[in-house]
Ligand binder design. Structure first.
Ligand SMILES: Cc1ncc(COP(=O)(O)O)c(C=O)c1O
Length: 619
């Protein structure tokens, strides 16, 4: 395996949905890389023809950018599409083709010269996993021959979708052993299913459920006799919680373009270093690390976090108060379940973080949405009356970016002291401040144990890590520990150990400093470019912190129409009305800059200016 192969292999071990870029020259080719033990292969041979041959299905080549999005990266190429694998194709040679040919895809008819970038997006595929498990089939009818019984059972699994297209079946030898049948019986059943188009592949190299099922399956579906048992099923009685809980959309898995918000620059994360630390941890793993830990988390990581939040964020706490959670979201969920009952009142900022509102509503809490002004959340007595909990983002208000003034902070703490209410401080991205003095946590000012303080590694490292922390008032620690112990038991221990090393060996601080520099540069590119091209259309906020900023729309343009016009030009902006309960006081857009490189920022600003002109003329 060559260097690219080992790089890919290392990364793929840690990141599902991995995207990476290969920098190539127009006439360059690199060797075929394969590692079947690792279950992956990638190869680029002829750039004018097939650029990738994946000869192992455990990695699925799911997408390559089109020309449009390639331009966002300021690169010269490339347009490629995953070839649609029909049943006629050889199972083991899916390939990616450049389409259209290189010479045709330059926008103005010029032949692009290298260097250029090919973006490959990989997902670890389910197919590899399915054959690692026993396949449990309901083999009931002993009146019919065994091969027929197996055939019926497998066919039903396929038609009911329990065995999805592309799923790999267990080896005939394993099935024979599992069901105590002869291998010949299994082969006969497989052959029959193959002849009818349900399965494909060959004995010895793997048998798979066909990607395209025979017409008969659709016929069966249309007749309505596929799920007789489902149709007769009585309506389920669900809990009140089930009726209130809604799906929070997961992060879209696509490369960042201007102005994707709420994500860090994932392409700059030191994956190789992380891989080294993880590999070392795994090599030296102790049985304790395989066994589990306290519900509150891995003690050395809790110590490292306590160190970090006290030093860098001005939090006052002991290690005992730190719970390692799966991000701020879990901290919110635990808090809501432990301190709120249906009907309780929760105050939050308006506009504010929708993910928090969804948690509170799932519990049946009533939300009071308090307006935000230049000092942060407005704290009128009428707004706070009867509240059990206040959720707030004082360091860098989400989404407006304002940091809460000292008088407001003191006023909020005074409310908590007098009312016995709690304050949840969401410190989701306060590490990033590019000008002015650092803003310490509100928690640090509290002397009454009224504060829950939550932070996350999603924005500082990467979101799929799903690790964060919650600093809990001393008298509530046992409740949180108990709730954790009967739900997740504890956060993933190996990930906690890797993160702990990453922090204690100084990599975390270094990464943070480096990213601060990168993001500051990106923000200044946005501000400068916006001054030149968006003046009179969009006023960018002067808050210099976080991963995103806001722009206030002028000339009567609505944020939804601006977002639509921007999307038509491959620019993402989020209308602030999506974070607002009731009518928004002002029309504005959220613009992310951290995950967008300066060239892409410039393209984004140019396109956004055109988009706003178009939206303005239509309004
Ligand atoms: C304001 C705010 N709080 C909390 C979260 C959730 O963070 P985590 O990934 O740690 O659950 C997000 C995620 O985007 C956020 O924007």
């Amino acid at each position: 395996m060559n260097a690219i192969g080992s790089f890919v292999k290392t990364l793929a071990g840690f990141v599902d949905g991995l995207r990476f870029a290969l920098h190539l020259h127009a006439d360059s080719a690199f060797e075929h890389v394969a590692d079947h033990r690792a279950g992956m292969a990638v190869g680029c041979r002829r750039l004018a023809g097939a650029i990738g041959d994946l000869d192992n299905l455990s990695l699925q080549f799911s997408a390559v950018q089109n020309w449009q999005s390639m331009r966002e990266y300021g690169t010269n190429l490339l347009c490629a599409t995953a070839q649609n694998h029909g049943r006629s194709q050889r199972r083991h040679s899916p390939s990616i083709h450049i389409s259209p040919p290189i010479d045709d895809i330059s926008p103005k008819g010029t032949t692009p010269k290298g260097p250029f970038t090919v973006f490959l997006l990989y997902h670890l595929n389910m197919a590899k996993r399915t054959n690692a498990f026993d396949l449990t089939l309901p083999l009931l009818d002993t009146e019919i021959p065994a091969y027929r019984m197996l055939y019926e059972a497998l066919r039903a699994e396929i038609l009911d979708g329990r065995l999805g297209p592309g799923a790999r079946l267990p080896a005939t030898r394993d099935l024979a052993r599992q069901y105590q049948l002869s291998r010949g019986t299994i082969v006969n059943a497989f052959e029959l299913l193959k002849s009818e188009g349900y399965l494909e592949g060959s004995i010895g190299s793997g048998t798979y459920v066909s990607k395209v099922l025979p017409d008969e399956s659709f016929h069966v579906k249309a007749e309505g006799d596929r799920h007789p048992e489902i149709e007769r099923r009585p309506r389920r009685r669900m809990s009140a919680y089930a009726k209130r809980v809604h799906l929070f959309p997961s992060l879209e898995r696509r490369p960042s373009r201007a102005f994707r918000a709420n994500v860090p620059a994932l392409d700059l994360f030191p994956t190789g270093l992380w891989a080294q630390i993880a590999a070392r941890r795994l090599r030296q793993v102790s049985t304790n690390l395989l066994l589990g830990c306290d519900p509150m988390g891995y003690r050395p990581l809790r110590e490292a976090v306590a160190d970090y939040v006290t030093t860098s964020r001005g939090v006052r706490c002991t290690t005992e108060q730190i719970a390692i959670v799966s991000g701020v979201q879990e901290a919110l969920d635990l808090t809501a379940r432990l301190v709120l009952n249906p009907g309780d009142r929760v105050c939050m900022e308006n506009p504010g973080y929708v993910g928090a509102a969804m948690v509170f509503e799932s519990i049946g809490a009533k939300i009071s949405a308090l307006a935000v002004d230049h000092e942060g959340m407005e704290l009128r007595a009428s707004g706070l009356r009867g509240a059990r909990l206040v959720y707030v983002t004082p360091g860098h208000q989400f989404p407006l970016g304002i940091s809460m003034s000292l008088p407001r902070r003191l006023q909020l703490l005074e409310w908590a002291r007098k009312s016995g209410g709690l304050i949840f401080e969401d410190d989701y991205d306060s590490e990033y401040r590019y000008s002015g003095r650092p803003v310490p946590a509100l928690q640090g000012l509290d002397r009454n144990g009224s504060m829950l303080f939550a932070g996350s590694f999603s924005k500082v490292l990467f979101p799929s890590l799903r690790l964060g922390y919650l600093v809990i008032p001393q008298d509530l620690v046992d409740y949180f520990a108990a709730a954790k112990s009967i739900t997740t038991r504890h956060a993933q221990l190996l990930d906690q150990a890797v993160l702990c090393d990453f922090i204690t060996e100084g990599h975390f601080g270094r990464h943070l400093r480096r990213m601060r520099g990168v993001y500051a540069e990106r923000l200044s590119a946005l501000l400068q470019s916006a001054r030149e091209k968006l003046a009179g259309w969009l006023d960018i906020s002067d808050v210099e912190a976080g991963l995103q900023t806001v722009g206030w729309l002028r000339r009567g343009i609505t944020d939804e129409s601006a977002a639509r016009a921007a999307a038509a030009r491959n620019v993402d902006v989020i209308p602030l009305s999506r974070y607002t309960r009731g009518r928004a006081a002002r029309e504005g857009l959220q613009l992310g800059f951290a995950a967008v490189d300066p060239r892409e920022i410039q393209r984004g600003v140019k396109e956004l200016a055109q988009a706003l002109k178009a939206a303005g003329s239509g309004s």
